[in-house]
Write a protein that binds this ligand. Structure first.
Ligand SMILES: NC(=O)c1ccc[n+]([C@@H]2O[C@H](COP(=O)([O-])OP(=O)(O)OC[C@H]3O[C@@H](n4cnc5c(N)ncnc54)[C@H](OP(=O)(O)O)[C@@H]3O)[C@@H](O)[C@H]2O)c1
Length: 263
């Protein structure tokens, strides 16, 4: 049995995580944590997630649950993730980190912590998106510099960071091949002809879109698009669940979804 603590348990992802992790026979949800002042504190974690009583209540103090868990699953906000890393390090607990918008300092802290504890961090836990990263690598290599590359991401109107963590990851893959290319975020005014060494990134926000990512390769006489559309947050939770199971075989180290999926 894997004992899991859900960090950010009342959020869009947190409630989905509670549902998906609880539905797995090998997993026990031992607690849920939120920010101080959250109106759900004291309520049952399962009831908040819409699956009925689990017998554990939402807490605003991670120390209430940290000793009971094997792994903490975090989809919250960067400042909370940063504090969580300190607590996990102190108690030697494994971490699945899905929070996006992490600063360089927080990433550095995560990498340092992974010298003592096992961590999977990914800006996108969907299996499809992780395959998309590999397809992007191949397409960028094979299509070559004759093709202009543009990236579009679409998300719901509550999303706080832009561009999405996934878009930044896709960019990282493209720029590992097109090292000298400059990234621009949107275009406006008399911008002139598009320089070859440019990658345009566009963040569209609206409605309840879970997350679309489109990489366009615009050539002469043809165009290739790699498109991924997430239709439910469950896909991220299912990936996070695979990551939590993967971590049970590791004592320390930094891992990504590529390691979890084994390609
Ligand atoms: N990696 C992936 O696959 C993936 C997929 C989807 C989303 N995400 C990312 O996951 C994060 C959460 O997204 P969301 O849509 O679920 O956001 P959300 O609905 O705003 O939920 C955030 C949750 O974090 C909680 N939180 C805030 N401060 C906290 C603290 N100090 N300690 C513990 N919990 C705290 C919030 O509680 P309060 O309401 O009390 O503030 C809330 O429960 C974002 O960074 C998003 O980009 C990642």
């Amino acid at each position: 049995m894997i004992n899991v603590l859900i960090h950010g348990c009342t959020g869009r992802m947190g409630t989905t995580n509670v549902r998906v992790f609880h539905s797995d026979k090998e997993v026990k949800v031992v607690g849920g944590v939120v920010e101080k002042g959250n109106p759900f504190v004291g309520m049952d974690v399962g009831e908040v997630a819409g699956i009925g009583r689990l017998g554990v209540s939402v807490s605003d103090n991670i120390e209430d649950y940290i000793s009971l868990c094997d792994v903490v699953v975090d989809f919250s906000v960067p400042s909370a993730t940063s504090r969580l890393v300190d607590v996990a390090l102190k108690h030697k607990k494994k971490l699945v980190i899905g929070t996006t918008g992490l600063s360089e300092d927080i990433m550095k802290k995560i990498l340092e912590a992974s010298e003592s504890i096992a961590i999977v961090q990914s800006p996108n836990f969907s299996v499809g998106v992780n395959l998309m990263l590999e397809l992007t690598k191949v397409a960028t290599q094979v299509l070559g510099e004759d093709f202009d590359i543009e990236l579009v991401e679409v998300h719901h109107n509550k999303k706080k960071d832009s561009p999405s963590g996934t878009a930044l990851k896709i960019l990282e893959v493209i720029k590992s091949i097109r090292e000298d290319y400059k990234t621009i975020y949107g275009r406006e005014g008399i911008i002139g002809e598009r320089p070859k060494e440019e990658i345009g990134v566009f963040a569209v926000r609206g409605g309840d879109v879970v997350g679309d990512h489109i990489v366009m390769y615009l050539g002469y006489g043809e165009r290739l698009e790699i498109v991924h559309r997430a239709t439910s947050r469950e896909t991220f939770s299912r990936g996070a669940l695979r990551a939590a199971k993967f971590l049970m075989t590791k004592d320390k180290g930094f891992y990504t979804m590529k390691d979890v999926l084994g390609f």
